[in-house]
Every structure is written in structure tokens, then in C-alpha cells.
Design a protein around this ligand. Structure first.
Ligand SMILES: Cc1cc2nc3c(=O)[nH]c(=O)nc-3n(C[C@H](O)[C@H](O)[C@H](O)COP(=O)(O)OP(=O)(O)OC[C@H]3O[C@@H](n4cnc5c(N)ncnc54)[C@H](O)[C@@H]3O)c2cc1C
Length: 802
């Protein structure tokens, strides 16, 4: 007989159990978890059980904080012990960059309400006396760090879920998943069929195999990982209190007390991927053979940092596999293009992140939205391009750099170049220094002369500064050219296209030949996208937005699918260039026989440029006179040729993303993922100025937006000029007003044209007034900043619109 359930969670590791619990917590009780063996039968049972809040992504750090705080709640609810040891932890810094990173993290924690602190070498010795602090500059202390019992914790989640009405069926192996036409799922198991409205893939070590049952290729890979438990150590068992955790990034190790001894694990450089061609179903409660050769160098380093280890015998070695996504963050959320199939896998730190993953996924499933921007863990941050061939080297790189300093301007080298446009070799010949966005190679800047062809990662102004300044000047003083391949692009067609867009977008849908900026809102009013909508004719619209958000945006569009409306992702089928700067019009005019000098700001039309059939829009994110010129990739090189010839007499200069992001700062323009994201609403960020209040349509998010219109939200986005000699804002730096942290930065950088360090920040609306002076904490230093009353460049918009 077929068993029916609303949700079938596949996998009873810590993540599956957490998802199940959170579903019941949010009110879905008809939920079932199936586990092929006992609970914890994947990576979970052999985890070291450590947890910590530190994470370069602020939303991930917040979810880690949530996870850790949840354990006491779980214990109280279930009466089961999670075996909690809240011993605190320190992360050491042995060089200036690593110390900068910790200072930046500490600063972020201030407004996240996390009580971390920077400690000196003396304080480190008091807190963690077994540390040899030679060469250590300081550390970040986090009182929330600790460890737990992996099995006890998973069972606590499971009991809490059962108490909420969930069913758990162990020794039930899923062998096939097949979708019915109505979107629900038939799940075959060795104990009989199950019919479920939704599937959650929490298959952990087997998530790839479980995904393949539904035709999915999930970008994750298992890696081997080893930690050692020592015999008794007098310096440990003679202490009155438990020794805190010590993360030693230089030694790529994490260490904690285990009973009367220590436990130390390594992220070693000679690491090894596991089960490259698939996790065997026969793998169960066994460990991998000990491998001391692999961690020989790491052990030698650990002996110097923790001399007590040298005298300690080895009690046991745990060597097991666990999975990573290419960037090390979980893969969570609805799978784009597949109804009612949810991912909860690739969780490499189940005891730091499992609670947050469960909460986010359960919110997503039960309400359609998450309370925080899920971008860092959204499974849609990868597309079909994230093949197993790409994933494997990226996962290895991620493992090896797990403890490396993560710089804001860093471009990691593995699996590159992967995706390139027809311009790649031309740009490379011009000295392009590439970055990567959503798998695509994108010029960051063009190095000339003896400028560096590799941008040294840094928290401060980088060695791409001079090249960026030169490109910015080329745009503002003449005209620059930049590829538009890294825009997300969509074509919406059909007789009802206008009405559909009118409902999906909060702004005005333009008339034929015109374009309009459009926020796309969730029902809660949060920002799901900031689009340029162009009307080519009454039934054909082009949309452009962030390239990295394309799978996420297509998933959103799909959720509003209507018969007769066709939405195509043409991001890689349409490419081209933007030309921007005071001479842009002359260049375009010289490249075509058609009249373009009459194009008004926000006009769009078809134009043959050179030999290439193009769609030209008069708009530019640089805030200057500019045109975006889109074409078929097959014609792109010819278009380049035509524009370069036309631009020769005007000094047409290629520019990259570093210059682009600097140019937008002159105007205080926000950017996707920083100011514009599901973390914020239109009214908070100023995007409400593009909402078409007068349109009669009940567009998605209208109620929430109207509510904020009547009662404006407590915070608003302000732009600041920062008095900082060598380092700029990147995001999440705290804003101090009247001696208290009252806001935080969303993004910033150096505006080369205005020669000003600029910060965009969310601050209390009541204080967002002319003349406001604040302090912004950048790398531990308080920097004075002055609120700007308008754009630094072209405040009246005459250049952009003229
Ligand atoms: C040596 C080591 C040390 C670690 N230390 C830490 C640490 O200190 N802190 C930390 O946070 N993390 C640590 N981890 C990582 C941690 O173990 C993982 O993040 C976590 O266990 C992942 O849990 P999961 O539920 O996603 O997957 P898993 O634990 O792999 O669970 C997946 C479950 O799905 C079941 N399943 C799979 N396929 C099917 C199917 N077809 N039908 C039914 N059931 C199925 C499996 O049997 C399994 O029980 C460590 C990992 C290792 C290897």
C-alpha cells in the first residue's frame, strides 16, 4: 500500500533531522523522514562535533549563530542531551592580513549581536595555555564556540520532530524518485512506495546519487578528512575548566579538549577527494584507513604550535568522508526547473549550520520565502555549468583554502577558465586580468605596461588601483567599452507579456521603444530583483539583471508561469558591449549608418552596428552618457571590430568590472546582492522610487510596499564620503553614530573620478539627514564619514540624460 505524506525527507543525518524538526516547528506535521540505515549513518556519526559562528558570509554567520543557540532549546524541549560543551574558541592570526580579517569579522559581529572580541597574545596564553604564541599577532575569541555529541544532537532533532507530529522510518532505502504530472512525487523504497507532495534531498554523502534519481547533477563532492584523539595530557586534565577550542589557520588545524586529552583535525594541502565516481551504497558505519602521510606536515606544524602534543600518544584516529559544494557553503532550496524538489545537502559543517539550514528550508517550503537572503547557500547560485568536472577541482581548492584568508578582491584559480565568450582571447591579448562570475570569465581590469597581471588579494586598496583609475578616467573624459556578457538577460514574449510583467514587476512597464527600471518584489516586499525592462514591441520584452542571479530569477519566474507567456533565459544567447562616456554617442554614430543621435535616455531600438543586427538601449550603470549594445554571440567579434574602428579617433578604451563598480559609486548607485537583495525592502533601499504606485495592477508585493509607503521602515540607505587613507568599505562594516553602532555598510569602494572613498550604508531613517557625521569601522580603525546629499558626479544627471 502506498504511504502518503506532504514531505518526504530523504536522509537521517543531522541535516535531514533538522529539516524535519523545523518543518514541524513551522506547522507542517504530515512529514516523513526515511533513512536507509540508522539515523546518523552518513558523515554525521563520525563528526568531531565542533561548532562556531565565524563565516565570511554575514548571513551564514547569523545562521550559524542561530544553530548554536538552538541546542539549548532542543535539550529543553526533548529532555535529551546534545552533549554541549560551550567552551569558547579562539582563531589565531599569525600575519597582518589574517589579523585584518579577524578585525573585519569582529566589526561585523558588533551589529549582529555576537559577543566576540579581539585578544592579545598574553590573553591567548591565559585562555588557552597550551598555545605557543610565537609569531602570533592576536586572535578572535568567540564565547559561543564549542562542541557537542553528534549522535545525541541528531536524536534530539529527531525526537523534537516526532513530538511535532513527524514520522521517522529507519532501514528504508529510497531507490527511485519519479515525478507525477501534478508535480508530486512517487518514491520507491525497499519497504514499499511513498507518495509525497515534496521531496527534500538530505542524502549527505549520497546526495549526488539521490539527486541522480530525479535526473539532477548536484555540484558537490565528498572529501576525506581526518582528526586524531590523543591519550591523556596532564596540562589538560589538571585544569579546573575545559580548554577552549583553538583554530590555527596557519597550521590548517582545529583543536579542542576531548575527555582528558585533545582532539585535533586538519585541512591538509595533500588532501584527497573520495568516491569520485559515486558514493558506494555499501558504505556505512566504517571509517577510512588511517593516513598519517597525508597529514605529516600538518602534524609537524601542530607540534610547534601546541608543544604538549609531541608528548601525547594517539588514542584513536577518525578518518571519514564528508561533502562540499565548490564554495564550501551548503546547497539549499528549491531546485530550479524541478517542481517540489528541495535540496538540503553539501553541508560541510552540519553542527554549525544544520539548524540554520533546517530553518531556512522550512521557511522556504512553508511560506515561499526565507527571512534572510539565502544567496550564500542557495542551490541556484550554480547552474548547469557546474558539472562534476568543474566541481571536483573547486571542491579540492575549497578544502585546501578552508583556513586561508578570504580577501574581498580574491579570484580563486581552480577550474578556470571554464566559460568564456568570443572576446576572451581578444581581451587576454589586451592585458585583461579576469575574474569569474557564475562560471564566466569577466575582465576585472586591463593591465598595461608594467602593471600587475595578477591582482594581489588585499583588504586594502589593491595593486589594480592605478589601472582602475586609468579606466575610470577614460570613461569620464572620453569613452570606454565593456562587455555586457555578464548581465542576466531574459526574453518575455506572448500576447499577455505586458500584463504578466505588470504583475511580476513593481514598476512601470514601458511602451514600445522605451525601457524602465523595475524592482521585482516578493509578497513580503523584499527585493527579488532589480531589472531593466525594455519593450521591443507590444509582445516582446527584454529584461536585464544580475548575471549571477539567473537561475534564481528563472525559478522565480517559473513560479508565476502562465499559459501563453514564454520566459526564456537568454543570458548566454545575447551578448555585446556597453560604451559609456561623453563621447559614446559619437562612437555609436560613427559605427552605424542609421540615425542614433536622436536616441533619448531610456530609448531602445534595433540598430545595425557595423554588420551586426543589435538591440541598442540608451542607459548605463556608469552614470554617464552610455549605450548598451546587445547582439548574437556569433556577431560579437564583428561588433567589436566596428566599434573599435569607430572609436579609434575618440580614444575608445576597454574597461573592466573594477572600473564599473568604481564609476557607479560616483552616483551612489546600489548593486544586486549588496543593497538590492531579499534582505531589504524597496523602501529601505530607495528602490521604491521606481514603484509605479499609480498602476492599477495588484503587483506582487504591493500590499507590503503600500504598508511601508504609509509607515516608512526604520532604516534607510545613505551614501557617505569616508575619510580613509588606504582601505575602503566592502560590506557589513559597522556605522557608529553618537558612540553606538546604529547601522552597517552594504557596499563601498573608491570612487576614482571623485577621488573619494564611498560607503553605502543602512542607518536609522530618523538620523538620515543632511550634515550627518558618522564613524565607520574599517579594519579596526574608526573612520570619519560624512553623509552625501547627492551624487558626487553629475548631480543633476545632465551627462546621463543629456
Ligand atoms: C572526520 C570528520 C569530522 C567532522 N567534524 C565536524 C565538526 O567538528 N563540526 C561540524 O559541524 N561538522 C563536522 N563534520 C562534517 C559533518 O559530519 C557533516 O557536515 C554532516 O554530518 C552532514 O550531515 P548530513 O545530514 O548532510 O549528511 P550525512 O550525515 O551523510 O547523512 C545523510 C544520510 O542520508 C541517508 N541516505 C542517503 N541516501 C539514502 C537513500 N537513498 N535512502 C535513505 N536514506 C539515505 C544516509 O544513510 C545518511 O544517514 C565532520 C566530518 C568528518 C568526516
Amino acid at each position: 500500500m502506498t504511504q502518503h505524506t506532504r514531505v518526504c525527507v530523504i536522509g537521517g543525518g543531522v541535516v535531514g533531522a533538522s529539516v524535519l524538526y523545523h518543518l514541524t516547528k513551522l506547522g507542517w506535521s504530515d512529514v516523513l523522514l526515511v533513512e536507509r540505515s540508522e539515523l546518523t549513518s552518513g558523515s554525521t556519526w563520525h563528526a568531531a562535533g565542533g561548532f562556531h559562528t565565524l563565516n565570511g558570509d554575514t548571513n551564514m554567520a547569523a545562521l550559524q549563530g542561530y544553530t548554536i543557540r538552538l541546542y539549548r532549546e532542543l535539550e529543553a524541549l526533548t529532555g535529551l542531551s546534545c552533549g554541549l560543551h560551550h567552551v569558547g574558541g579562539i582563531t589565531l592570526a599569525d600575519n597582518a592580513d589574517r589579523f585584518d580579517m579577524l578585525l573585519a569579522e569582529r566589526a561585523k559581529h558588533r551589529y549582529m549581536g555576537l559577543e566576540t572580541e579581539i585578544v592579545t597574545p598574553d590573553e591567548i596564553r591565559q585562555l588557552a595555555p597550551i598555545v605557543n604564541t610565537d609569531g602570533i599577532l592576536g586572535a578572535l575569541y568567540d564565547p559561543l564556540d564549542g562542541h557537542l555529541d553528534p549522535s545525541g544532537t541528531t536524536h534530539a532533532y529527531a525526537k523534537a520532530a516526532r513530538m511535532g507530529g513527524a514520522t521517522i522510518q529507519t532501514h528504508t532505502m529510497v531507490t527511485a524518485t519519479t515525478q507525477r504530472p501534478d508535480g508530486s512525487w512517487d518514491i520507491e523504497t525497499d519497504k514499499g512506495p511513498i507518495h509525497a507532495e515534496h521531496i527534500v534531498n538530505a542524502g549527505g554523502l549520497w546526495a549526488r546519487e539521490v539527486g541522480a534519481m530525479a535526473g539532477l547533477s548536484l555540484p558537490l563532492h565528498p572529501m576525506e578528512h581526518q582528526y586524531i584523539v590523543t591519550d591523556e595530557i596532564a596540562e589538560i586534565y589538571e585544569r579546573d575548566t575545559e580548554h577552549p577550542h583553538v583554530m590555527d589557520p596557519a597550521g590548517e588545524s582545529y583543536l579542542r579538549q576531548e575527555g582528558r586529552g585533545l582532539c585535533i583535525g586538519f585541512y591538509e594541502q595533500p588532501c584527497r577527494p573520495w568516491a569520485v565516481d559515486g558514493t558506494p551504497w555499501s558504505f556505512g558505519h566504517e571509517l577510512l584507513p588511517d593516513d598519517f602521510d597525508k597529514i605529516e606536515d600538518s602534524i609537524a606544524f601542530a607540534y610547534r604550535r601546541f608543544p604538549v602534543l609531541e608528548r601525547a600518544g594517539v588514542k584513536s584516529v577518525i578518518h571519514g568522508p564528508f561533502t562540499f559544494a565548490p564554495d564550501g557553503n551548503p546547497l539549499v532550496g528549491p531546485i530550479p526547473g524541478l517542481r517540489n524538489y528541495w535540496s538540503a545537502c553539501g553541508v560541510m559543517a552540519g553542527f554549525s549550520q544544520g539548524g540554520g539550514v533546517g530553518l531556512m528550508l522550512a521557511q522556504w517550503m512553508t511560506t515561499g520565502e526565507t527571512e534572510r537572503d539565502p544567496a550564500a547557500m542557495d542551490v541556484a547560485r550554480y547552474g548547469d555549468w557546474a558539472t562534476p568536472g568543474y566541481t571536483l577541482p573547486k571542491v579540492i581548492e575549497n578544502y585546501q583554502t578552508r583556513f586561508s584568508v578570504a580577501y574581498p578582491n580574491e579570484e580563486l584559480p581552480a577550474a578556470r577558465p571554464h566559460r568564456t565568450t568570443p572576446m576572451y582571447d581578444i581581451f587576454a591579448g589586451l592585458g585583461a586580468v579576469f575574474g569569474q562570475q557564475y562560471g564566466l570569465e569577466v575582465p576585472n581590469y586591463f593591465a598595461t605596461g608594467d602593471e600587475p597581471t595578477y591582482e594581489t588579494p588585499s583588504f586594502r586598496r589593491s595593486d589594480a588601483f592605478a589601472a582602475t583609475a586609468r579606466e575610470v578616467a577614460a570613461v569620464r573624459d572620453g569613452v570606454g567599452i565593456n562587455e555586457v556578457h555578464n548581465f542576466g538577460k531574459y526574453r518575455v514574449t506572448g500576447p499577455g507579456a505586458r500584463d504578466w510583467l505588470d504583475r511580476i514587476m513593481a514598476g512601470r512597464i514601458p511602451l514600445p521603444g522605451r525601457l524602465a527600471l523595475n524592482p521585482m518584489l516578493a509578497p513580503s516586499g523584499r527585493i527579488m530583483g532589480d531589472f531593466t525592462v525594455s519593450c521591443l514591441d507590444e509582445t516582446t520584452f527584454h529584461l536585464t539583471a544580475s548575471y549571477g542571479a539567473q537561475a534564481m530569477h528563472m525559478r522565480w519566474f517559473d513560479s508565476f508561469a502562465e499559459p501563453g507567456i514564454r520566459v526564456e533565459n537568454i543570458s548566454d544567447r545575447l551578448t555585446g558591449f556597453q560604451i559609456a562616456g561623453p563621447r559614446a554617442r559619437e562612437v555609436l554614430a560613427a559605427a552605424t549608418r542609421e540615425t542614433v543621435t536622436d536616441m533619448r535616455f531610456m530609448d531602445v531600438r534595433r540598430v545595425i552596428v557595423g554588420m551586426t543586427d543589435c538591440v541598442v538601449q540608451r542607459v548605463s550603470y556608469t552614470g554617464d552618457l552610455g549605450f548598451e549594445i546587445f547582439c548574437d554571440p556569433m556577431g560579437q567579434r564583428q561588433l567589436w571590430q566596428a566599434l573599435m574602428e569607430a572609436g579609434a579617433g575618440h580614444g575608445l578604451t576597454p574597461f573592466g568590472m573594477r572600473a564599473m563598480m568604481s564609476l557607479r559609486l560616483d552616483k551612489g548607485f546600489g548593486s544586486w546582492g549588496s543593497e538590492y537583495s531579499p534582505d531589504y525592502t524597496a523602501a529601505e533601499t530607495g528602490l521604491d522610487r521606481f514603484i509605479a504606485w499609480q498602476k492599477p495592477t495588484d503587483f506582487v508585493g504591493r500590499n507590503a510596499a503600500e504598508t511601508e509607503r504609509l509607515a516608512p521602515p526604520a532604516r534607510s540607505l545613505a551614501v557617505f564620503a569616508v575619510d580613509s587613507p588606504d582601505a575602503d568599505v566592502h560590506g557589513y562594516e559597522p556605522v557608529w553614530i553618537d558612540g553606538r553602532v546604529q547601522g552597517f555598510c552594504t557596499s563601498g569602494g573608491y570612487a576614482h573620478h571623485s577621488k573619494t572613498s564611498v560607503a553605502l550604508a543602512l542607518i536609522p531613517r530618523s538620523l538620515d539627514q543632511s550634515g550627518l557625521e558618522v564613524e565607520i569601522e574599517i579594519l579596526g580603525a574608526m573612520r570619519r564619514a560624512r553623509r552625501l546629499d547627492g551624487p558626487l558626479f553629475d548631480p543633476k544627471g545632465t551627462r546621463m540624460r543629456g
